[in-house]
Design a protein around this ligand. Structure first.
Ligand SMILES: C[S@@+](CC[C@H](N)C(=O)[O-])C[C@H]1O[C@@H](n2cnc3c(N)ncnc32)[C@H](O)[C@@H]1O
Length: 355
């Protein structure tokens, strides 16, 4: 593979210099090593499934004006310098092209030395941009920016939390349900990864008719599962839950969906609360779900589907479930964080119901 011209400098990628075979093996080995470290070396880890290059639809760009030039990209490796990005094997071509549009648009607005951070989601209706910057924009600058970005595929711009421009309500489609995207919402990194995860979550939950989806976010899994089962979605982000509830209401033919705003780190679902469910899906952030894993271990639940973006915290939690009698199915690594050290994975766990 020909590495990107920024490889070796840009902190976004670290693994482009491996052969395709060695690369796939490296990702799988990282999952195996994490499982071995907690005594689960006997768990089967499937071959790594890769998403295609140039499919990543969300990014956090660093921006700085260096003399007259606006630089946009990711931090350099082990540095706060910005690598001004003109090529990328990971981002969608439209997201990369957006960097160039912004370079031009921001040049007359930013002062030399000024910095900003930009969170971008590529929605079905255009880019959803959220800038964080130390200063406010004047009305003149706002209209300059709006003019420079008109017709460039931008749905909405937020600047320090305020809506600066909304050409179209940003929306996405999750398993056939249309959903209004809250600002800076969590989306799976790629559409392809999202579809693969949904497919596995649907398969691994089997015939369960009442499912709890923990760390549900916008409902990537809730809205897929609700085609076949009643789903209770639990999540701490209220805006995500409201968007999910509205999307569920607007989708004909779904089984009932309920939502609950809750900090699952501080207040995990208790064994008593988990009693009505035949299966639990959980997809926590990188820290994993230690408290929730302990509560699942102590519960009557017989089927769990665990989606994770961190092999170490997943393995730690898996060991708790195995200790409580769960049999782990095979673990499928889905590489939707191409060329980085990160990996997404999904695994099912089953046990006979405790008496
Ligand atoms: C990896 S995302 C998964 C979201 C969703 N399952 C999806 O696939 O789009 C993790 C989710 O956990 C939520 N989260 C983070 N910390 C949490 C906490 N302490 N309690 C409940 N939810 C939390 C985040 O807001 C985010 O939506």
């Amino acid at each position: 593979m020909t590495p990107c011209r920024h490889f070796g400098v840009c902190g976004g990628c670290s693994l482009q210099d491996l052969s395709p075979e060695a690369y796939r093996a490296r990702k799988r080995d990282s999952v195996v090593a994490a499982l071995v470290a907690v005594g689960l070396g006997n768990v089967t880890v499937e071959e790594t499934i890769l998403v295609p290059q140039k499919t990543r639809r969300r990014a956090v760009f660093k921006i700085a004006k260096n003399r007259e030039v606006v630089e946009i990209g990711f931090h350099a490796q082990r540095s706060h310098d910005i690598v001004d990005m003109h090529e990328c094997l990971v981002l969608t071509p439209s997201l990369l092209a957006l960097a160039d549009v912004l370079r031009q648009a921001l040049a007359p607005i930013f002062n030399p030395g000024e910095k900003a951070e930009l969170h971008v989601n590529e929605s079905d209706t255009g880019f959803d941009l959220a800038f964080r910057c130390e200063r406010k924009l004047t009305p003149v600058m706002t209209s300059m920016l709006a003019k420079a970005l008109a017709g460039k595929g931008i749905a909405r711009i937020l600047f320090n939390g305020d809506v600066l421009m909304e050409n179209a309500a940003p929306s996405i489609t999750l398993h056939g349900s249309k959903l209004a995207l809250p600002p800076q919402a969590f989306l799976q990194a790629t559409r392809e990864g999202e579809a693969m995860l949904q497919e596995r979550v649907l398969a691994l939950t089997g015939t369960a008719k009442n499912i709890a989806d923990l760390f549900a976010g916008l409902g990537t899994f809730t809205l897929a599962l609700a085609r076949k089962a009643k789903v209770h979605a639990v999540e701490q982000d209220g805006a995500a839950l409201s968007a999910l509830a509205a999307a569920a209401r607007a989708t004909p033919g779904l089984k009932p969906v309920t939502t609950e705003r809750r900090d699952l780190f501080k207040v995990p679902m208790t064994p008593a609360e988990l009693k009505p469910f035949n299966a639990v899906v959980l997809d926590p952030p990188r820290a994993g779900a230690l408290g929730q894993a302990k509560a699942l271990a102590a519960s009557q639940i017989g089927r769990i589907v665990y989606v994770s973006c961190d092999a170490a915290s997943f393995s730690r939690d898996a060991a708790i479930l195995v200790e409580a009698g769960f049999r782990p199915g095979s673990v499928t690594p889905i590489d939707q964080f191409l060329y980085s050290g990160h990996i997404e994975l999904v695994a099912g766990f089953e046990r006979s119901r405790k008496l």
